[in-house]
Ligand binder design. Structure first.
Ligand SMILES: Cc1cc2nc3c(=O)[nH]c(=O)nc-3n(C[C@H](O)[C@H](O)[C@H](O)COP(=O)(O)OP(=O)(O)OC[C@H]3O[C@@H](n4cnc5c(N)ncnc54)[C@H](O)[C@@H]3O)c2cc1C
Length: 322
């Protein structure tokens, strides 16, 4: 029995949520009285032994060139094979774009129960019980599974990450031949310089109150100073003011950043469904009666065209002096 965590990398680099998943796995292993093993797949530019700082005892590296581009079926088969070889009965994934795509394929290949949208460390080991967000994060449920194996997909930014000392031993591993590919990636057209929304720690979002796409410069500038991703409400993407990849809400992407700044967004229930799990919500709206203020931790009643440039300038000044 052990816990295996997929240490996701992007073009060979790790991100904060890689280490969050490592930490989650280590804490789960501690509760189960076993060890946490990391698995990296594909080319790496960074040293995965850093996982030791988050409680991972050993990191396996699957370097086969067949895995250099992400394919959910291929990766799912390989991770299941490594899990079996390591006697892992719990497999941890971060709920990133790739993690969510991978989870069903992995659970089928590993013959494991699939526990998704998990927002906290397991509540108990027998039965294995986790807390999940439900109804667009308006509520929680505790899901118990008595399956002998499980895949746990947890929502990024759900844990306070703690780094300690230590370095994990790194070993090469072989699995799969990369020949189960159902999809061939012929070209990747990546949006450059953007922080993927499901993983973003901070998000600045604009709504119809911004009047038009020509006014998005101030949203981007505020996002830049906060090192944040940018998002928008549905009508904004429907009108092509912003790309659909930025649309958050019930019919868009559901996010859980540490900070969500909503500018000129009314706070309709369908919008809140995708953002209300954010740890801190700041609302800027000129209408004091806007429903979003009820969900806000901090609110500024004012004209976005006055407030946002002042806020950006104040943040720049603060950063320059600290
Ligand atoms: C089935 C269904 C699914 C949906 N899914 C989604 C979804 O996933 N995501 C989503 O966002 N919506 C969704 N919607 C649409 C949703 O109901 C709202 O219509 C939408 O969220 C409103 O967008 P908005 O807040 O940008 O625009 P508005 O409702 O027009 O609000 C604009 C806000 O800007 C404020 N404002 C105006 N000028 C300024 C200014 N100068 N400074 C500051 N504030 C200003 C106004 O006071 C107002 O509160 C869905 C609707 C349906 C029916």
């Amino acid at each position: 029995m052990s816990v295996l965590v997929y240490l996701e990398s992007w073009e060979g680099n790790f991100k904060k949520n890689t280490w969050e998943s490592a930490f989650y796995a280590a804490k789960t292993a501690e509760m189960l009285g076993t060890e946490a093993i990391g698995l990296c797949i594909g080319n790496l530019n960074e040293d995965p032994s850093v996982a030791g700082q988050y409680g991972i005892s050993k990191v396996l590296h699957l370097e086969d060139a067949a895995f250099n581009s992400f394919d959910a079926n291929n990766y799912g088969a390989a991770i299941a094979e490594v899990a079996a070889s390591q006697g892992a009965d719990t497999i941890i994934l971060s709920g990133t774009f790739n993690g969510k795509a991978l989870a069903p394929a992995l659970s089928i290949n590993a013959d494991a129960a699939l526990l998704t949208n998990v927002v906290a460390l397991p509540e108990s080991s027998s039965p294995f019980s986790v807390k999940r967000g439900v109804y667009s994060s308006k509520g929680f449920n505790i899901l118990s599974s008595d399956a002998s194996k499980r895949v746990v997909v947890f929502v990024p930014n759900s844990l306070a990450l703690e780094a300690g000392e230590g370095s994990a031993a790194v070993e090469s591993v072989n699995a799969g031949a990369g020949d189960t590919k159902a999809v061939e990636v012929t070209e990747v057209d990546r949006v450059k310089g953007k922080i993927p929304l499901p993983e973003a720690e901070r998000v600045v979002s604009g709504g119809r109150g911004l009047k038009g796409p020509e006014n998005w410069g101030m949203i981007e500038e505020l996002a830049e100073v906060l090192d944040a991703g940018t998002a928008c409400s549905k009508p904004v993407s429907d009108m092509d003011w912003r790309p659909h990849s930025e649309h958050v809400g019930q019919t868009g992407i559901a996010i859980k950043p540490n900070l969500y700044v909503a500018v000129g967004i009314s706070g309709a229930i369908q919008h809140l469904a995708g953002v209300s799990a954010s740890n801190t919500i700041v609302v800027i709206n000129k209408d004091a009666e806007a429903p979003f203020f009820k969900a806000a931790d901090y609110g500024i009643v004012g004209d976005a065209f006055e407030v946002v440039p002042k806020l950006t300038a104040a943040l720049k000044e603060f950063k320059a002096n600290n």
